[in-house]
Design a protein around this ligand. Sequence first.
Ligand SMILES: Cc1ncc(COP(=O)(O)O)c(C=O)c1O
Length: 388
Amino acid sequence: MIADRILGVQRSPFYSIMDLAAKRPDCIYLQLGEPDFVTPEHIREAAKKALDEGHTHYGPDRGLPELRQLIAEKIQREHGVAYKWQDEILVTAGGQSALHVAVMALANPGDEIIIMLPHYPPYVVNAQLAGAKAVFVKLKSEDNFVPNPADIEKAVTDRTKLIMVLTPNNPTGAVYPKETLRALLDIAKRHNIVLISDEVYECLVYDGAQHTSLLSFPDAREHVVQVNSFSKTYAMTGLRVGYLAASADKQAQFLKYHHTANISANVPSQMACVTALKGPQDCVEEMRRAYQERRDLTVKLINDIPGIHCTVPRGSFFVFADIRELGMPSLEFAEYLVRDAGVVLTNGSGFDYEGFVRVSYAAKPENIKEAMRRMKEAVIKLRERKKA
Ligand SMILES: Cc1ncc(COP(=O)(O)O)c(C=O)c1O
């Protein structure tokens, strides 16, 4: 009765942890890829006003013109390149939909899509749904999970159609240097490949690190599709607005897919995004600063746990911590933590990367402190049990 294309997709393994956590009411959740801040008030007010004024109808399928103009202006201002709002910007139902639309419209069955490990799991599902083959390149913790372009090029074949690029990264927190991105673009140009550049964490960079957008290279247009979102920057994951920036010929095809799946993105939410882009940006900076403090706290407390180590990530809101010394599969460890300590984090195997766990620090500092205290106790117990 059900199509093979979806039967072949595994339900996210994270749910097994969540099901377990549901049995323990005192759990602290450090597994979410989601800001714990409430959407800033002026943005919420704009959504409410849109509803009150009756903006409850379909919008133009490409997105509200004013929003597309503001997005194009933002790209020009931040990356120094001109993307035409009329036909090079498409507003989608979140970055997630943007990713799906782009992959479905670009990859043919049998094409190969290079995905770096650890990955954002929907990349693999999109490849599967497109009938394409996911080709994995494992990134190294010794390189702080920054890709080595030569390793990526080794994975290229004459079937390679897309390379998924994610900076700042989920789950590693890595921020790719400009030279790495330049080298990836050169590979794309040499082999006629498109880079899907997922930049949803663009504003969450720390210690003065700079996010470089692949769009900013003047020769990027033919080979880069930018996926972006309002979710993380403005803590508005539930309002579901993202966008694609790409050449007009690609957007013409993306639009057909997007229209069929969504008609348009949510109109009151798009009006809230207009306010987000036009309004003061100090809320973004305040949240960014708070994340940086939480990151510092998390890194310090993790490195104080015997057998667990992490480096200081420069972006997003995740720490990818090395648990190899514990000699336990990451899923087993994550389940143990839920059962024994009521701490919920994400097993590295969920990102096809064993030996690590992802800790989200998009949580209140007191929760981070308590979670790390419980985790330390649980790990000490585990090591003692192993010794005995
Ligand atoms: C790497 C990455 N890309 C895209 C998304 C999708 O975000 P949204 O659909 O809320 O814009 C997420 C969400 O967690 C993500 O982590």
